[in-house]
Design a binder for this molecule. Structure first.
Ligand code: PMP
Length: 316
């Protein structure tokens, strides 16, 4: 039975191995390594509704698909069944579910059937979507705590790739933070800042935006890359470098970012306010720029948007 903690607005259709089927029929075998050992790679993408154009745009679809391929390569998954066209399936699943609002898409590839820990196939692929509005914390910000769990290391369970098994670490971090009504910041083995359970960290300190490097125990985040690009365009200096724990308290602004939460301002860390303890001006400037970009108002990055519905030509 669904509980209040679970997603209620389920879609009518999902795509499994290229076939559009009722969501309720998209099932996993109980002995599939994708379930028993979490040998599942996935992507989370957002679709943004643009009311003026009556268009839904999928944000940086090609980059997400590239990352999924990269995750598959590291996990040594065989190719999904012949004829699988994940890009086409994303468009198809959004159309089948008549998605005319902001939404979230999950693509996934996992080892199916019944195999051991080294099984590389058969691989089942799936694509699913659901409506997903912007989270409230985009406006209000959130409180964060540094949790006692350390980020899994690149030479143990590489955080660089998006594999379900990595989310054990994220879950432990998230549960610890939740007990104090906060969100988690996770340090790596070296004791420097890595990321949160499902997003990257940026701080603003002494006129510069700083963020941990991709070798500090983070996912190769697409939102992080987008924000580095946007900030540079806006003339904001960005430093990718190791970030010490104490800098979380020295920063005057900060935010947590990822496809799902977009840009969530960090109000406090361990009860200590960043700056005024509320979303700061640089964070707000980047939120505005990000929103403009994902909704198609920034022509420079229009190539990052894939339209879902036939593009209107302007003729009546
Ligand atoms: N880190 C982790 C652990 C994540 O799960 C996510 C969300 N995908 C991110 C960072 C942010 O990545 P992206 O910007 O590509 O969504």
């Amino acid at each position: 039975m669904a509980t209040l903690h679970q997603i209620s607005d389920r879609p009518a259709f999902a795509i499994m191995n290229g076939k559009t089927i009722p969501f309720e029929d998209a099932k996993v075998s109980i002995m599939a390594p994708g379930l028993t050992f979490a040998v599942t790679v996935f992507e989370g993408l957002r679709g943004y509704w643009q009311p003026d154009e009556e268009q839904l745009y999928v944000f940086r679809m090609e980059d997400h698909l590239k990352r999924q391929e990269f995750s598959m390569k590291i996990m040594e998954l065989e190719d999904p069944p012949m004829g699988t066209d994940t890009a086409g399936e994303i468009i198809e699943v959004l159309r089948a579910n008549k998605m005319y609002k902001d939404c979230y898409i999950r693509t996934q590839a996992y080892v199916d059937d019944w195999g051991d820990i080294t099984a590389t196939g058969p691989v089942t692929s799936s694509v699913v979507c659901r409506p997903r509005a912007r989270i409230e914390a985009f406006l209000t910000g959130k409180d964060f705590v540094v949790v006692s769990w350390r980020r899994n290391a690149d030479d143990a369970s590489p955080p660089r790739i998006k594999v379900s098994a990595n989310y054990l670490n994220s879950r432990l971090a998230g549960l610890e933070a939740k007990r104090s009504g906060s969100s988690a910041i996770i340090l790596n083995r070296d004791g420097t800042v890595s990321e949160g359970p499902g997003g990257c960290i940026f701080l603003f300190r002494d006129g510069r935006l700083i963020t941990p490097t991709i070798n500090d125990g983070i996912l190769e985040s697409i939102t992080r890359n987008t924000l580095i690009t946007l900030a540079t365009d806006l003339g904001i200096k960005v430093e990718e470098r190791r970030v010490g724990r104490t800098e979380l308290n020295l920063a005057t602004e900060g935010f947590y970012c990822g496809t799902g939460q977009e840009i969530t301002p960090i109000n406090t860390v361990d009860g200590k306010p960043l700056g005024a303890g509320k979303p700061g001006p640089i964070t707000r400037e980047l939120q505005t720029a990000y929103d403009g970009l994902v909704r198609g108002h920034n022509k420079k990055y229009h190539h990052w948007l894939t339209p879902v519905w036939p593009v209107k030509t302007g003729e009546n």
